[in-house]
Design a protein around this ligand. Structure first.
Ligand code: FEO
Length: 404
């Protein structure tokens, strides 16, 4: 049975959502599910924009057949070869034997790697064409390397001013009901799904995202159709401005993420005391997480939000506690920039986490260590209360709106 949605007189949503997977890309928890979007344009010629993940191929093919209703499929535009969007290529080719695949030259190589030379032999590369003429609809292409793989392109339908934006402007979360982002509040919970998706999936590639935002600013866009999440057709500036901020690694606001690793509660107590002291000096926009409880993808998303980061870690095996080390590695591998950082360590006989964390963070641009003086031995000593107060004051003093 099919489950497609008509977007306008020629454009149909033929993707589908999954709520069964626990981990997207086998890494990221998706408790709200995930959508795999695919769009079908029916003009004098028909064109499908991307396919779907293996988990939803069945309903996707039903959707495609139902909308085409006996018509042939002329083109399959592959904006992104990652298998969550290309897995159904073979199923499409086997149902529609004459379909031509349109993609970048690099995508053609990847299609051959994933699906073999027979499939790759069906490809026409965008480098050899100016536009794809479907009749009323004329499709042009914008190269968008590293958003999120190097072969990525965006497709732009000049007729209905629709941008098919691959992974960009997408979100975690299954689609429930309406396809359109403007039918829902863009509240903190929703922004969190966009932010966590962007930062973890595309976030390392800030400069390529900035480049593609510049390229896209020169075209008239009335609708954005991403490969995950809802379609944007109103207030496009909301999501574009957030992408601009995130991709330039500018914090959304002044505030503090406290991430702690604690085995018997000593380091956790330090984190709580610091949060209390921050509140006393007027810093209340603080979030705090135990790195052994919360997946690092959520912490990276919090870090995209806040100006300040506190890492408080116990020492373990003469190093950084394993889940804290995982978080620090993730921050470094995503090439975060522009944060003010406090590092605190705990250790019962040979504390050593602090210097190791500071060393790991060194390659990051404008990652300023504003305090790394506090070493706790097992639990906070009474005389160290004032050290915590001092750290809180340093954080408050280095917030932009408070700087003297
Ligand atoms: Fe949703 Fe980069 O794939």
């Amino acid at each position: 049975m099919h489950c497609y949605t008509k977007i306008d007189e020629d454009l149909f949503y033929v993707g589908y959502s999954s709520r069964r997977i626990n981990l997207f890309e086998n890494v990221y928890p998706v408790p709200e599910g995930i959508s795999y979007n695919s769009y079908l344009l029916t003009d004098e010629k028909t064109a499908l924009f991307d396919t779907v993940d293996s988990s939803v191929v069945g309903v996707f093919m039903e959707n495609l057949k139902a909308v085409l209703s006996g018509r042939k499929l002329d083109y399959l535009v592959v904006n992104h070869v990652e298998p969550d969007h290309s897995w159904a290529i073979k199923a499409v080719l086997s149902e529609y034997g004459d379909v031509k695949i349109i993609c970048s030259a690099l995508a053609k190589k990847m299609i051959e790697q994933f699906f073999g030379s027979d499939v790759a032999s069906r490809v026409s590369v965008i480098e050899t064409m100016t536009e794809l003429d479907l009749g009323k609809h004329k499709i042009s292409f914008i190269k968008a390397p590293m958003v999120h793989w190097p072969e990525v392109i965006f497709s732009y339908d000049k007729t209905n001013k629709t941008l098919f934006s691959a992974d960009a402007f997408g979100s975690f979360g299954a689609i429930v009901g309406s396809l359109f982002a403007d039918d829902f509040d863009f509240d903190e919970k929703t922004i969190e799904m966009y932010r966590r998706y962007y930062i973890n999936i595309v976030g390392k590639y800030g400069m390529p995202v900035q480049n593609v935002l510049k390229a896209a600013s020169g075209i008239d866009i009335e609708r954005i159709c991403p490969l995950h999440g809802r379609i944007w057709r109103k207030d496009l500036k909301k999501i574009i401005d957030l992408y601009d901020k995130w991709s330039s690694f500018e914090p959304e606001r002044q505030g503090v993420l406290i991430a702690y690793a604690s085995v018997y509660g000593g380091t956790e107590l330090v984190a709580n005391k610091l949060a209390n002291c921050l509140a006393r000096v007027g810093v209340s926009d603080t979030s705090m997480f135990d790195v052994s409880v919360t997946h690092p993808s959520y912490l990276l998303s919090e870090l995209a939000k806040y100006s300040h980061l506190v890492l408080a870690s116990t020492t373990y095996n003469m190093g950084i506690f394993v889940n804290m080390e995982n978080l620090v590695n993730d921050i470094v591998s995503h090439a975060f920039e522009n944060r003010k950082v406090v590092v605190i360590e705990n250790g019962s006989w040979a504390p050593s986490a602090k210097n190791l964390i500071v060393e790991k963070l060194k390659p990051l641009k404008n990652f300023e260590i504003i305090d790394s003086t506090l070493t706790v031995k097992s639990t906070l000593g009474g005389e160290q209360e004032s050290d915590i107060e001092k750290i809180a004051q340093t954080i408050a003093d280095t917030m932009t709106s408070r700087a003297k």
